[in-house]
Design a protein around this ligand. Structure first.
Ligand code: NAD
Length: 264
């Protein structure tokens, strides 16, 4: 078995059955980390997905189906990681959902769900992972925020509030661990073409009566100067950097990977 940078470490990636979370899980597995997968989807497909990653990268993987809006299920998932792998060395808080509407039309239950899944879940996983990280004096917490953790957009009140909150949680966690071998940072992507964004593309194509390709272009032109989507692989490479020795003193940053979005 070859030894890689993260051999012997365990990464738990919430919402890793799809999109960015899956990209990050793959990038960390490529560096030798064992992976605890989480997220929704078809049970058989998820089983195949995580056993394929285990085979491809010669690591151990497991899956827990905790709903990130439910603190008791989050606690059960963290205990599962403890029992299975002896704890979590790298915690990636990635699970997230989106809903768009003006504030006055925003369904309160959608607000509550977005705040619970996109923000509070990261508090619960972090509070439960930190003790073990402190005992080992090594850990990495990576919060998948968004460019919407740095700037606002219309119709995304709950999402923007949750992501700004996640950037705030990142800074406080980084300060509280500043004198240890644990770091906490946020990744703030612009548009990445995942199922979460494809839904917004589909809605736009239907609303403006244009093709899917035209809707994608319009979405990018509006916000992302590069005119290109960010990829899960690019975000995975940044997560690997945060986990590397070169990242030891990178603490509390909210690093945008956004094709220039926030530079405007
Ligand atoms: P996605 O829809 O492809 O993946 C979301 C993942 O979260 C899935 O695995 C899903 O099953 C899981 N999930 C959703 N609700 C859950 C719950 N209650 N409990 C457990 N898992 C749950 O979306 P994505 O685009 O890959 O988004 C991943 C993260 O990246 C989110 O936090 C999102 O806000 C953030 N983000 C995405 C973009 C983008 O353009 N796609 C940009 C910036 C930030």
């Amino acid at each position: 078995m070859k030894t890689s940078m993260l051999s012997g470490k365990t990464a738990l990636v919430t919402g890793s059955t799809s999109g960015i979370g899956l990209g990050l899980a793959r990038a960390l597995a490529e560096q030798g980390a064992n992976i605890v997968f989480n997220g929704f989807g078809d049970a058989q497909q998820i089983e195949k997905l995580h056993t394929d990653v285990a085979q491809e990268f010669d690591v151990q993987t497991a899956y827990h189906n905790a709903d990130m809006s439910k603190p008791a299920e989050i606690a059960a998932m963290m205990q599962f990681a403890q029992d299975k792998f002896g704890g979590v060395d790298i915690l990636v808080n990635n699970a997230g959902i989106q809903f768009v509407a003006n504030v006055e039309d925003f369904p309160p239950e959608k607000w509550d769900a977005i705040l619970a899944i996109n923000l509070s879940s990261a508090f619960h996983t972090s509070r439960l992972a930190l003790l073990g990280m402190k005992q080992k004096n090594w850990g990495r917490i990576i919060n998948l925020a968004s460019v919407h953790g740095l700037v606002g957009s219309e119709q995304k009140s709950a999402y923007v509030a949750a992501k700004h909150g996640l950037v705030g949680l990142t800074k406080v966690t980084a300060l509280e661990t500043a004198h240890t071998g644990i770091t906490c940072n946020a990744i703030c992507p612009g548009w990445v073409l995942t199922p979460l964004v494809q839904k917004q593309v589909d809605d736009r194509a239907a609303r403006d009566k244009v093709s899917n390709e035209e809707a994608k272009k319009a979405l990018l032109v509006e916000k992302q100067p590069s005119g290109e989507f960010v990829t899960p692989e690019e975000l995975g490479a940044l997560a690997v950097f945060f986990c590397s020795p070169a990242g030891n003193q990178v603490r509390g940053v909210a690093w945008n990977v956004d094709g220039g979005w926030a530079a405007q």
